[in-house]
Design a protein around this ligand. Sequence first.
Ligand SMILES: [Zn+2]
Ligand SMILES: [Zn+2]
Length: 163
Amino acid sequence: MLDLKKLIEGSADSAEFDVTVDAGDVSADVVSGAARAYGKVTNHSGLLLLEGTLEPDLRAVCGRCGNVFEYAVPVPLRAKITDKVADSADEDEFVLMSDCAVDIEELIRTTLVLELPTRFLCREDCKGLCPKCGADLNEGECGCDHSERDHRWDKLLDYFDKK
Ligand SMILES: [Zn+2]
Ligand SMILES: [Zn+2]
């Protein structure tokens, strides 16, 4: 929890944070890892603004080739903090605090779930696996014929193979 009491009372100008949480379970494609968030909360005439950076340090599975790789793309962290929301439409915009404290670990995990890609790629141009032999095509050509084939001709080709 990040204590904001001094910030709210006015005896501090900002509340700084530097928190690392375990993030091995934020996605089914994440094998293990953590996420670090650092920054500060400032008081703007009663509006509490949290600004910082979220740095994931994850080992994720590539959606194309299945290799585990390091995923560490930072995302900006920004949230408005309040102790109550006027109507439910504002709930997405604000982070609620209780007893002058905000659950920063929860905020980090929620932000990660929202910001992480739905499909991880080890690199933008990952070639994936050969659909025939399963070889990792990033490591070179496997020798299979990758030209598209119309499967309606399969039976005919089988016929000629047997001749
Ligand atoms: Zn890949
Ligand atoms: Zn192949």
